[in-house]
Design a protein around this ligand. Structure first.
Ligand SMILES: NC(=O)CC[C@H](N)C(=O)O
Length: 373
């Protein structure tokens, strides 16, 4: 099967198709993660994006079962399905692993997601690094010149930054997860929360109540007698989520233990009156160095974001952590309230577990013993 990756700048890359036939559109982004393709593919923050892997050999450990669960949550998946619009790799490997249920090719086919292999992903990433991320399309099947031109026309009409993708991944109603012995409750404002985050809460004995992102969080707080509130990761441009930003203002006002990750961190910053800008090609990978400015300690983190907070635009919040590669903001906190947020992913999934202590800090904030933070 033939496959074509079309970029808004006019580039057409040919390769071999795998997964589903058909055309999908999305912002073309890359991750430098060497492992963890099941987690990356199911991360709801990738909704609306076509993902390019810089690591050349993908698929060699197949696809694990979704039925291996802990506290009811699949341990190898970040949501129930593949979220990327398309998948771009250099070489598709034959799977060999005792826990593999199917091949990557079969999985993408089953979920209707097109893939392309045999692509010089190094050249592609160089282009994205120079020009910045751009819209694209992945077409798997037989397409002639005219058809490809038509697809290219449509690519140029689309803008990732103006579409609300959170609407597509937020739950339709309230979802409750509880560990066997729960002593505290966290309300999760679910903009497409990664299961890895829920696993961290459940592991710490928290009952988790997931609410749709449009649900009034302070009401939910009273309704569920919650001890803490969490603003989740999610896809797309945070500045579009006006109601959520207003709700976040109310949360800050409410002064309860609050944590944000990635999109959630950007929403808290926007609620603080700060500004967001778009990074040229984002931070996506599992070896991104971050420094905690409070302790001076550095650690390696997992990241998946395209936007960042302008540090000088923060009002009440302060910069907590920075990215050691480009010095961009990787964490913020409120100096007088129990509110912490990271731009990176302390749950990793996939990636290093160096920063899961951020969840311990949130647990301490909830229990009222995070003195001196
Ligand atoms: N992982 C996330 O929550 C991503 C947040 C936001 N969509 C960004 O790209 O910056």
């Amino acid at each position: 099967m033939k496959a074509y990756l079309l970029l808004a700048d006019g580039t057409i890359v040919e390769g071999k198709g795998f997964g589903a036939e058909g055309v999908k559109f999305g912002e073309v982004v890359f991750t430098t993660a060497m492992v963890g393709y099941p987690e990356s593919l199911t991360d709801p923050s990738y909704k609306g994006q076509i993902l390019v892997m810089t690591y050349p050999l993908i698929g060699n450990y197949g696809v694990p079962s979704k039925e291996i669960r802990e506290n009811g949550i699949p341990i190898h998946y970040e949501s129930d399905k593949i979220q990327v619009e398309g998948y771009v790799i250099s070489k598709l490997m034959r799977p060999s692993h005792w826990a593999s249920e199917m091949s990557l090719d079969e999985w993408l086919k089953k979920e209707g997601i097109p893939g392309i292999e045999g692509v010089d992903t190094r050249a592609l990433v160089k282009k994205i690094r120079e020009k910045g991320v751009m819209m694209g399309a992945l077409a798997v099947g037989d397409y002639d010149k005219e058809e490809l031109e038509k697809i290219m026309e449509n690519v140029r009409k689309l803008s990732y930054d103006e579409a609300n993708f959170v609407d597509k991944v937020t739950p339709k109603g309230i979802i409750v997860h509880s560990p066997k012995k729960a002593d505290k409750t966290v309300v999760v404002v679910d903009c497409g929360v990664k299961y890895g985050i829920l696993r961290e809460f459940l592991k710490r004995g928290f009952k988790v109540i997931r609410i749709p992102y449009t649900y009034d969080p302070t009401n939910a707080f009273e309704e569920f007698n919650a001890d803490g509130i969490f603003l989740s990761n999610g896809p797309g441009n945070p500045a579009l989520l006006k109601t959520l930003i207003e709700n976040a203002k109310a949360i800050i006002e409410y002064n309860v233990p609050t944590m944000g990750i990635c999109l959630g961190s950007q929403i808290l910053a926007l609620a603080d009156g700060a500004e967001i800008y778009k990074l040229k090609y984002g931070h996506r990978g599992i070896n991104k160095p971050v420094k905690d400015l409070k302790t001076g300690k550095a650690f390696v983190t997992t990241q998946n974001h395209g936007y960042a907070v302008k540090p000088e635009s923060l009002n009440e919040f302060k910069v907590w952590m920075i990215n050691l590669d480009d010095k961009s903001v990787e964490g913020i906190y409120h100096p007088n309230k129990p509110i912490i947020a990271t731009q990176f992913h302390p749950e990793a999934s996939p990636g290093p577990l160096d920063s899961t202590w951020v969840f311990d800090l949130f647990a301490k904030l909830i229990k009222g013993d995070a003195h001196g933070f």
